[in-house]
Design a protein around this ligand. Structure first.
Ligand code: G6P
Ligand code: MG
Length: 211
């Protein structure tokens, strides 16, 4: 029996995937590294360090410079997220959260981002969640199941009682590895392994998932 819903943040509740992209793009331009929107698809749901490695694409860079680059990207990102308001909730996200809450489900965010808390605060949905897990919560990032398992535990639920909503391939893999029901948001190529798939959050059909 399903008792809780665990939401990814970036690309599910709000389109920060775009802001992450613009921040990496700015860094890449400064460094003369080619980086396209298409390249960015691989970075969805991936940790900051892994994202940098993907962007560097085999270029050798000393550790100190890597730290500086991650820091620079994060500073650009922090500037972008200052502007976030409740208008930046993706269509259907607030309605879905309210509906689930009124039906009595436990709700959580499980994001790999160390910036998740300020983003949720700016979106004005902090109070809706029983648990907010972020980039500080566990060591091993998605596709490892750790963040979702930790979140379920904090909610007092078993993995099989949880539904995960994710836009990233790494996130779907993590949800499946955790033994949870996986709902993918996005194209088949990216989230096709999920139990259910929708193009957009607004398309989610709760009755299908809960049946
Ligand atoms: C999420 C996003 C990724 C981001 C990661 C780390 O998973 O989907 O694009 O790289 O969080 O975010 P952070 O804010 O800690 O750099
Ligand atoms: Mg995401």
């Amino acid at each position: 029996e399903i008792k809780g819903f665990i939401f990814d943040l970036d690309g599910v509740i709000t389109d920060t995937a775009e802001l992450h992209y613009r921040s990496w793009k700015k860094l890449a331009d400064e460094e003369g590294i080619p980086f396209t929107r298409e390249d960015n698809e691989q970075l969805r749901g991936v940790s900051r360090r892994k994202s940098l490695e993907l962007l560097l694409n085999g270029r050798e860079v000393p550790e100190e410079k890597k730290l500086e680059m991650m820091d620079r990207k994060n500073n650009y990102y922090k500037e972008f997220i200052k502007q976030i308001t409740e208008e930046d909730l993706l269509p259907g996200a607030k309605e879905l959260l309210d509906e689930l809450k009124s039906r009595g489900y436990k709700l959580a965010v499980a994001s790999a981002s160390k910036n998740a808390k300020p983003v949720i605060k700016n979106l004005g949905v902090e109070h809706v969640f029983d648990q907010i897990s972020d980039g500080y919560s566990v060591e091993k990032t998605k596709p490892a199941p750790d963040l979702f398992l930790y979140t379920a535990k904090q909610l007092g639920l078993k993995p099989e009682e949880c539904v995960v909503i994710e836009d990233a391939e790494a996130g779907i893999e993590a949800a499946l590895a955790a033994g949870m029901t996986a709902v993918g948001i996005g194209p088949e190529e990216r989230v096709g392994k999920a139990h259910f798939r929708y193009d957009k959050v607004a398309d989610i059909n709760l009755d299908d998932i809960l049946a």
